[in-house]
Design a protein. Structure first.
Length: 271
């Protein structure tokens, strides 16, 4: 099930890459085990030559991308001097010349590679490069979110401490703004709600209502993040984070960040 979902994310990212870049051929795959990746998804291919191709770390353009954990490109694959040529046959069969490979990196670990290719020996332009990197980031985010959800929904070996629960809640709230899949976003919101309910209902109905963004900022701050770190996590500007924090503090009658966190927990807004 998880593998099918990951393949779906990969397919969607490749289709977005093809639309955004105008590349005639895009393809890619995720590492399953060890140091080998298999090409699982293609769009625009006219032959089956690349489908199922196993790419080893260090071999060919994709293998170089895996090894270096950074984007790599060649203007003419068949004559490129800085890659090995184990895969010249399948690449030539599909008629590919200029190729770019971008790694999918989750928590500093390469999880796969997205490729885009032209059938002419032309330089890969900046627009194509940016589109390929953006597509890889989409896959990275989806994989990271699914892993977080998988961990949170799996029975833990030990009962977590309240601080661990609060840390997980803050991290999940930080992920929410960047999730583009509506179903996954609602599932994450439900998990956040379960964590908030785990704190126990307040003795009286809460008299404070925070906006989702105010809650996101407060949850991230509660985990110990600075305004700058909260801004990076939530994809906001530091000034915007300060604005949301001031608004939340005003509603909670708090004068400091710590008072705001304590008041939010008492009101049942945070776990």
């Amino acid at each position: 099930m998880a593998e099918r979902m990951e393949t779906g994310e990969l397919r969607g990212a490749l289709l977005r890459l093809r639309r955004a870049s105008g590349l005639p051929v895009v393809f890619g795959g995720l590492l399953q085990e060890g140091r080998t990746m298999r090409i699982a998804e293609l769009s625009g291919a006219v032959t089956p030559a690349l489908r199922g191709l196993a790419v080893s770390t260090g071999s060919g353009l994709g293998g170089k991308c895996l090894a270096l954990s950074r984007p790599c490109a060649v203007t003419d694959y068949r004559s490129a001097r800085h890659i090995t040529h184990e895969y010249d046959g399948p690449v030539a069969a599909e008629g590919l010349r200029a190729v770019i490979a971008v790694p999918v990196v989750v928590r500093r670990t390469v999880r796969g590679v997205l490729y885009g290719a032209l059938r002419d020996a032309l330089p890969i332009g900046e627009r194509v490069f940016d589109a390929a990197v953006a597509a890889a980031r989409d896959v990275e985010q989806a994989l990271a979110v699914r892993e977080e959800v998988r961990v949170l929904l799996s029975p833990p070996p030990l009962v977590p401490s309240w601080e661990e629960v609060r840390q997980a809640h803050g991290e999940l709230r930080g992920l929410l703004p960047g999730v583009t899949d509506p179903a996954l976003r609602e599932r994450l919101r439900a998990v956040c709600g379960r964590l908030e309910s785990a704190a126990g209902a307040p003795p009286e109905p809460p008299s404070v209502t925070l906006t989702p963004r105010e809650t996101d900022v407060l949850a991230t701050v509660a985990s110990g993040a600075t305004n700058a770190a909260a801004a990076r996590s939530l994809g906001l500007r530091p000034e915007t984070v300060k604005g949301y924090l001031r608004s939340a503090m005003r509603k909670l009658g708090a004068h400091t960040r710590l008072e705001a966190v304590v008041a939010a927990r008492r009101a049942g807004v945070l776990p």
